[in-house]
Write a protein that binds this ligand. Structure first.
Ligand code: AMP
Ligand code: MG
Length: 416
């Protein structure tokens, strides 16, 4: 490992992230339908308003009996009972099982009065008019009692609960159709650059497909946002400002890419100040040094002006935007998980900058191993697509050797 003294002219990554997180806060809860609440964070205490199960019901397909009537049942001493009715799931009829009789009953059907046990069909001959029972059943056998899981007034879910599939399933089971939850942030994504055309367009000289808006929209969705890909804006301040003014109405967060460095026609840097307070910083990271961040529009909507190179834009998204989206959702943790991994190849890093190197993480013999992929150019999107991790080289380190341990940020759950 080689180290160098820290540079002092650039803004530290952590300071920039702290500035971002100082501006964004969890969105106010809304009354959401269950599908809309899926993936969100609950913002109320949910208490059951009826017992679960709501009524005594059968846990098996079989026969509802009085346990005392079949106490002597056995293989060689079967008990024969007349079957006086049939209760299906959903049945609303009121049955009463008199001594010496039984009714056929299906799983989930309400227990009839008088009966105190269910004999599974497997312990019988399955008779319709009369049934032959060859095993006894304890009182209460195969009966699900009303309220045995949740009594009326029990806590179902606490505020702050993450509403995954099983949690919204539970909300449905306790009869909720809507809940108070923090909504997904709405993220508007646009690309700046007069060289950009929509994917699928035949390219003229000097043109390239706009990949950033597709990439960032997908990344925002993966982070939990509702993302709108607005698409391409040319390097024309008037068009940029008009487009943003139109889009602000549906945005909790605005993301642009391109036009934030020091070139001529760097349209975001040039024009965005007219819509709000946006700072342009040189952040001590590689890639992703130029960063615009602030608030725009009448509602002080958070705004990120990300650099245009696709790798820079994506690294900036992972380091600054994803945590902001997670904070707005109200979920924890806001950061990607990191592990300490063994480098399988040397890795260089400019002095004074934190490098996020595209890498592939594998687990070999119980150890995390990380292999850099692609070169250091921030335009290399093909290697970005191979990466499932970033190897993070600290600011003061300029080179790491094969075998060195490096902090590695995991971009997906899959680790091989
Ligand atoms: P800029 O930050 O606008 O100077 O752009 C830096 C580099 O990234 C240039 O090579 C741009 O052509 C490229 N670039 C900018 N925006 C996009 C985009 N949306 N998709 C693909 N490449 C882009
Ligand atoms: Mg540009």
């Amino acid at each position: 490992m080689t180290t160098a003294a820290p540079g002092d002219t650039l803004k530290p990554v952590d300071a920039h992230l702290a500035d971002v997180l100082g501006v964004v806060s969890p969105l106010s809860p809304l009354d959401l339908t269950l599908p809309d609440a899926h993936g969100c964070v609950l913002a109320e205490q949910v208490v059951s308003t009826f017992p679960l199960p709501p009524f005594d019901n059968s846990a098996m397909d079989g026969y509802a009996v009085r346990a005392g009537d079949i106490a002597t049942a056995g293989e060689s001493t079967p008990v024969m009972l007349p079957v006086v009715g049939d209760i299906a799931a959903g049945s609303t009829g009121a049955y009463n099982v008199q001594p010496g009789l039984c009714v056929r009953i299906m799983t989930g059907a309400p227990m009839p009065a008088g009966a105190d046990a269910v004999v599974p069909v497997e312990w019988t001959d399955g008779g319709i008019a009369q049934v032959r029972i060859t095993r006894p059943a304890e009182p209460g056998a195969h009966v699900r009692r009303a309220g045995e899981e949740l009594a009326t007034g029990s806590m179902v879910l606490e505020p702050g609960a993450h509403l995954g599939a099983t949690q919204i399933g539970l909300l449905a089971a306790v009869g909720r159709e809507r809940v108070q939850a923090r909504p997904r942030p709405r993220v508007v994504v646009l690309s700046t650059g007069s060289e950009l055309v929509d994917p699928g367009t035949t390219l003229s000289t000097g043109q390239i497909p706009d990949s950033n808006s597709t990439l960032l929209t997908a990344a925002a969705r993966e982070a939990g946002a509702i993302a709108f890909r607005v698409g391409i804006v040319p390097d024309d301040p008037r068009v940029l400002l008009d487009t943003l003014e139109d889009q602000l109405i549906r945005a909790d967060l605005v993301l642009t890419s391109g036009g934030v460095s020091v070139g001529a026609y760097d349209v975001v840097k040039e024009a965005i100040g007219r819509l709000g307070e946006v700072r342009f910083d040189r952040v001590a990271m590689q890639p992703g040094m130029p960063q615009g961040f602030g608030v725009i529009g009448p509602d002080n909507t958070p705004f990120f002006g990300l650099p245009g190179n696709p790798v820079s834009a994506y690294v900036s998204f992972e380091v600054f935007v994803r945590p902001a989206i997670r904070r707005m959702l109200g979920v924890e943790p806001i950061n990607r998980p990191t592990v300490r991994a063994r480098l399988s190849a040397p890795l260089g890093s400019p002095p004074g900058k934190r490098t996020y190197a595209r890498a592939r993480m594998t687990v070999e013999g119980g150890t995390y191993v990380v292999t850099p992929v692609g070169g250091s150019g921030s335009h290399l999107i093909a290697s970005l697509a191979q990466a499932n991790a970033f190897a993070v080289v600290p600011e003061h380190v300029t080179s790491l050797d094969e075998g060195d341990i490096v902090t590695t940020m995991l971009l997906e759950r899959r680790q091989t």
